[in-house]
Design a protein around this ligand. Structure first.
Ligand code: SF4
Length: 503
């Protein structure tokens, strides 16, 4: 009789505490800023940690060799990135060492998108490379405390909060970077500032105190000023020394789209943020913190839907509302340390309401209703001249949101929207689509600037003279308030006029 080989799901070998000293945790998927800070936090907790190399174009081809060809573009890129890393390490150190001295950690969640099945693709990579004994651990995105089989990897309250802070600080430095680089007077200064800030924060994370367990730990992490002081130091020592020229007229482009594609910086999204800057734009990058805020608020909205059917409704609502409030409280304290240059988190309830006529918020997966809410929010609040939306090839959830955007654009024909499909190997096509909308955004930015000059009776020369008297205006960390214009230069003109007493 023929032997039947039943399917067996991948189960990693245990990782024990004794192995911590000799085993390196590999992880990836974010920007180098976020990853470096996560690495610091893991090292502080007693682990050896190493981010995967930055995504490259070749990862797409490598990924296609090992996983389902219909997989979405982020899955293919990240699976290819893992495969490339393991192949290189096996060539340099040998297969046995890769199996015993490294493991890979990723996060997952339940849902209709492939985020729930990323690990399956990674398992195909291990099979393809004949490395099925290599350990791959999947962590739950929504659990504060968890451990991997064997007890070697223990995510406790303190480590979880440390990772959240790493995410926040990575986001805030990214916001500073994109708000300042287009206006820097000395080219390259912002890029150096980003690197120096990340290294300074890396040291802060490694030396950070750890206070108490559970409740004590929670209170310490919410109310500590340790990270606030670290950011204030970064601002004083690094960012305060950069000079900017805010009279450069630039269209503001808000990036939205699928989570990985919009936060990624590199070949995975054709490096579109840098390309936009080279084309003369100021980019508003999407913080990862918005995603977590979305998940917390979704719990609140679901609870509100179930009012009348849930026991202890008011108590549960109070708990979730408090978590959501504390989350913002911490984020805003950190923003303040950078003089509020980084953008605030959008109000999730407003996003939901704005999207309501077009998209049912319980249809989750991808960005869900946020894609619509964010575009309308940016348009109605004059946050940006244009929205560039990055859609991954092969993504079902994102296709639904993009479909709903067609109706939004019918209702708001003035909204400048550039939906870009990202396949990973068609950048010329993507750039040219974006370019068409960007041309109109540039025209609007110029128009706004001229309107502000006319309204205030100012000229560029007069503003320059005033800047001589008030040199702090040229400092990168000087906060220019919003005067109802989307563009930085138009708001700056209004601000100078106000300081001169003309408004
Ligand atoms: S949202 Fe789309 S692109 Fe992102 S992981 Fe899910 S299926 Fe893939």
């Amino acid at each position: 009789m023929e032997r039947v080989l039943h399917y067996r799901a991948y189960r990693p070998r245990p990782f024990t505490k004794e192995e911590r000293k000799s085993t390196t945790i590999l992880f990836g998927g974010l920007t180098f800023k976020h990853e470096r800070l996560i690495q610091a936090e893991l090292e502080r907790s007693g682990y050896r940690a190493e981010p995967l190399p930055q995504i490259e174009r070749q990862d797409l081809d490598i990924g296609k060799e090992y996983i389902d060809v219909g997989a979405c573009c982020p899955t293919t890129f990240t699976a290819g990135n893992l495969a490339r890393t393991l192949i290189t390490k096996a060539q340099q150190e040998g297969k046995e060492k890769v199996i015993n001295n490294y493991l890979f950690v990723t996060v997952g969640a339940c849902g209709p998108c492939r985020f729930g099945q990323y690990h399956e693709s990674y398992e195909r990579v291990l099979e393809g490379l004949n490395l099925t004994d290599f350990r791959l651990f999947l962590l739950d995105l929504l659990r504060m405390e968890q451990s991997a089989p064997g007890g070697g990897l223990e995510i406790d309250m303190s480590l979880t909060f440390g990772l959240v802070y790493a995410m926040f600080l990575g986001d805030l430095i990214t916001d500073m970077e994109y708000a300042i680089r287009p206006y820097e007077v000395k080219e390259g200064q912002t890029d150096r500032a980003v690197k120096d800030s990340v290294e300074m924060l890396y040291e802060k994370f490694k030396r950070r105190p750890v206070k108490g367990k559970k409740l004590t730990s929670l209170f310490w992490h919410v109310f500590t000023d340790y990270f606030v002081k670290a950011l204030e130091e970064v601002r004083r020592e690094i960012w305060d020394h950069i000079h900017v020229d805010r009279l450069r007229v630039k269209p503001k482009v808000k990036i939205t789209g699928e989570f990985w594609l919009q936060t990624h910086e590199g070949d995975g999204n054709y490096n579109i943020k840098r390309w936009l800057e080279r084309e003369g734009a100021e980019v508003i990058p999407p913080p990862i913190a918005v995603w977590m805020d979305y998940l917390i608020n979704m719990e609140l909205f679901k609870l509100e839907d179930a009012k009348g059917f849930v026991k202890k409704y008011y108590l549960k609502k109070f708990v979730v509302q408090t978590i959501a409030w504390l989350y913002r409280f911490v984020y805003n304290r950190l923003r303040k340390a950078l003089n509020d240059i980084p953008n605030p988190l959008p109000d999730q309830r407003k996003l939901k309401e704005l999207a309501k006529p077009y998209f049912y918020y319980r249809l989750t997966g991808g960005e869900g209703h946020m894609l619509i809410g964010k575009a309308l929010y940016a348009y109605k609040n004059k946050q940006a001249h244009m929205v560039c939306e990055l859609s991954p090839y092969g993504c079902l959830p994102n296709t639904m949101s993009v479909g709903a955007m067609a109706k939004v654009l019918g209702d708001y024909p003035d909204l400048l929207y550039a939906p870009i499909e990202i396949k990973g190997d068609a950048e010329v096509h993507a750039y040219s689509r974006c370019q068409m909308v960007l041309t109109e955004a540039k025209r609007r930015a110029k128009e706004e600037f001229e309107e502000a000059l006319e309204k205030t009776g100012l000229t560029v020369e007069k503003i320059r003279e005033f800047e001589e008297e008030r040199p702090e205006l040229r400092r990168a960390t000087y906060k220019v308030p919003h005067y109802g214009y989307a563009g930085t230069s138009a708001n700056y003109v209004m601000h100078v006029a106000k300081l001169m007493g003309r408004l």
